[in-house]
Structures are given as structure tokens and as C-alpha cells.
Write a protein that binds this ligand. Sequence first.
Ligand code: PAP
Length: 329
Amino acid sequence: MAHQQLPSQSAIVGTEEHEQEAIDELIALLPISQCLVHPVHRLYQNFWCPITVLPNVITFQRHFKAKDKDIVLISHPKSGTTWLKALVFSVVNRSHLDISNTPLLTSNPHEVIPFIEHKPWSDLDGLAEPRLLATHIPYLSLPKSIKESNCQIIYICRNTLDTVVSSWHFLVEAAQLMDEQVWSLEEHFETCCQGQILFGPFWEHMLGYWKESLERPSKVLFLKYEDLKEDIGGQLKKLADFVGLPFTKEEEGGGVIEEIAKMCSLKTLKDLEANGSSKLPGTTFEKRSFFRKGEVGDWTNHLTPSMVDRLNSIMQEKITPFGLQFKTR
Ligand code: PAP
């Protein structure tokens, strides 16, 4: 598929209104997804971007100035973003925020760490440092200043068999809430295999960050959902070391790691009133919809053997040659 070129910066200087018009014109020219699955995507810089967030993505790309202390959490949707947000927030703020009064008790992790593409980018200037930000944007399309500054990226990845099932549940539930037409798992699966899922193709998303984490391990930490499920303590230590805030012996002895793991567990977060059926501001999603089963291997309950074969062969062809592999149960 053809790479979509942005018009040059100089073409859009002027008032915000002029820029908005230029962005709207650009978006109108982009290929639109032909699949049955909502929300509708446009092909922008070789990834399928939901049209609801594309204007923000473009504005962010053009204007965002990363600070060296920023920590940017990145994922392909349904890979463990919500969990990662809770964990990183807890690790980074642990010196001044006791678990008993963490904002995670009263706010959804997506409110605590904003998605850049869901907020006007200028709102981010007022955040306390280190700023914790999140996005689903692929590596190649990140703003230059994220790549070139000393800010850090934490990427979370998950086996695709489970993310296909998870994203289907999530999107169908959202469509039902909006009284929109729903689609079958088969239709959703086909869309994923064609790479037309949100911020897809998923293989390019994963590989962009995987390669960068190998080349610049102090810049990009690459985590896997399955490893967090298997050894949350070990992964929390890895994360704390990466952001330059290693757990002290006293903290380890005092059970701080276990406390964070428990606070951020699916069970704790899911049971909170803060994560109930109210809408996540700025979205049509209910807060509770980010917490479902949280299992490795739920795909065994949903995908047929031929679906599994097809997805595995896509992974074999696109991902495995680069040394990236996943546990699937
Ligand atoms: P997002 O990309 O829309 O933010 P994301 O948080 O990445 O979603 O993925 C949601 C998945 O993570 C859900 O998986 P499931 O559908 O297979 O159940 C959700 O249950 C799971 N999840 C959310 N929070 C946690 C958590 N604290 N621990 C483990 N899994 C979690």
C-alpha cells in the first residue's frame, strides 16, 4: 500500500483554523478501510488509523515536543495498555503516593495516564514531570522529538491470538452500547489478518518497537503481557530499573512490589467503582470494558483450528524471522 505523504509544514502555518482545514483536506484524500468492522479507519502513513482520532494524531505529530524525562507507554490495542498504565504510574509515583490513596482507587488508569490521540495535544503541557503519556501510534509515525530526545518508551505486546479475541469483545460491546450494527468474530478476524485493525497491521506495530528495543535498549523497553502474567514481580523490577527508579532492598523487604502488583491486578481494578459503567471521558467506551478476563489462552475458547493456523502462519512469516515470539497459553 502506498505511503501517504504529509504536505510540508509550511503549507499549514497560520491560524489554528487554517491548520484544521488543511488536516481535514489531507484526511479526506486518504484511503478508507473497506472492511465491515467499525470504527472506520483511514490509511495514514501505512497504518490504519481510526478517523475519530486521526486529526489529533496529525496535530500531535507536527507539534509535540517531548521532554527528556517523559515516559511514553505504547501498545497495539488490547495488549495490556490499561495494566501497564497502572503499573508504571504506581512505580514512578511510589515515593510520594501511598497505595492507600493512589488516584488509581478513584480514576480509571486511562484517566491517570492520557492517550495522546484522545486529547488535544496542547493539554499535555500542564502535566507534572516526569510526564507519563500513552499512545497506540506505530514507531515510524511517532513525532520526531520522541525519537530524538532522551525520553523513554515502554512498549507492551501480547500474543495476537488473544488480542484478536479481546479486541472483538471490546469493539462489539462498544457498538452494542451505541446501538450500532455488530459484526461476527469471523469478520473481525478477517479484518485483523488483512492488517486493517485499529493501528494495524499489528505485525508492523510490534516489529517497529521490537527492532528499536534491540537497537536502543535504554530507550525502548519491550514487555510482553504473558511475562507479566507469569512473573509480575520480576517484570516490575525490570520496569523500575528501566525508568531509573530501582526498588531498594528496604522496599523489596517491605513488600512494596507485591503491594503494587496487587493494586494493579485485574481483580482489584475491575472491582473498583471507579472502573464501573460510566463512560471514559472523551470516548464512547465504558470504563469497565477495559477489564474482561485477562487470561493467556482465551483464544482457545473462540478461534477455530483454521483461524489459529492462519494467524500462526502470519506470525511465522512476518514476526518470527526477527526473533520475536510469544507464549500463547
Ligand atoms: P486498550 O488498548 O483498549 O487500552 P488493553 O488494556 O491493552 O486495552 O487491553 C485490555 C485487555 O487487558 C483485556 O484482555 P481480555 O479481553 O483478554 O480480558 C483486559 O481484561 C486486560 N487487562 C486489563 N487490565 C488488566 C490487569 N490489571 N491485569 C491483567 N489484564 C488486564
